[in-house]
Write a protein that binds this ligand. Sequence first.
Ligand code: GDD
Ligand code: MN
Length: 363
Amino acid sequence: MKAPELSVILPAFNEAKNIPLIVDKIAAVMGDTPFEVIVVDDDSPDGTADVTRSIGREKPYVRCVKRINRRGLSGACIEGMMAANAPVVVVMDADMQHDETRLPVMLAEIRDGADLVIGSRYVDGGAASSGFVKKSRAKGSELATALANRITGAYTTDPMSGFFMMTRDVADRAARVVSRDGFKILFDIVSRFGHDLKIREVPFQFRERVEGESKLGFLVTVQFLGLLISRYTGGFIPVKFLLYGLVGFTGLFVHMATLLLLNASFGVGFATAQIVATFAAMTSNFAFNNEVTYAHRKLTGWRFVTGLLTFYIICGIGALANVSISVRLFEWDWSAALAGFAGALMSAVFNYAVTKLVTWRDT
Ligand code: GDD
Ligand code: MN
């Protein structure tokens, strides 16, 4: 077996039916060029990993990287890129929505000196509409592309593409910095390194998915918005902190609704109502963060309960620190508003940093 010149990374969640088909399609277009296929599976219940391994027993150029207790397309791509042997790496969907016949064309561009080659649906000769079952997805994708372009500039017509090829060097640089959450790894790469990469585009037609279903849902959209804002601030504010803040904001509404309902409608005393409202807000914050901010480390069963308890305790400490610091600042002649704000901001950062480490063990 010859050393591979191209590593094809296929992130896959519940794609057992598609893997055998896509592997054959790739093999059919690669001709004499030695290549390898790495399927990165996140412990899919449909047996994607088993299917891949059984193919690998007959076709040793096919391998599976199986991740346990982890989810997320971007993280899966990086893991695959890091397991790759070839000097050139390409990421493509495992569901056959990406046109594998473009692979040799993209490889030729890299050999011609490009660092990053993007399969684009929005350049002449490309097309997106057929791949989107719902009109709203097509519109959403256009909007996201326009927003992303405001940051990434004119580097690419399709920063949201999930189909892109790069040199080993780009892959290694990207792996150190890009966000593990969500779908938008290419956008992340281009917005960080676009200025010093030679980027080329190859048009392709986004095909319809035949088997299985899309995993791009509400969560992925929220994570993307977080990434956009994070990149807008030049990466200064981490995506998770933004999501945490967003969740905190919803907590404010839960708090007020509970307080008013109990106090005004049911005549519960203010202090009691305020205590119940505080716990209601903390509980809903915990649950939302568990679903959205820490989707990739979601706590379930008994760990949900112990996680909630640590969350209560840490937020309690944060609140105490908030009060003591803002009182001190107020004594130092800060205005009430400024002292209050500084205390709240400090406790938000404290709560974020500590619950990240302790509650979700996200290091
Ligand atoms: N390992 C792993 N873990 N793979 C995943 C995960 C995950 O958590 N989520 C999705 N995948 C795999 C899917 O199995 C598929 O092979 C590929 O990633 C893309 O996921 P889809 O769910 O099919 O995404 P899509 O078709 O809706 O979105 C496509 O278009 C977007 C732009 O409109 C993808 O190409 C996206 O990358 C692209 O941004
Ligand atoms: Mn797809």
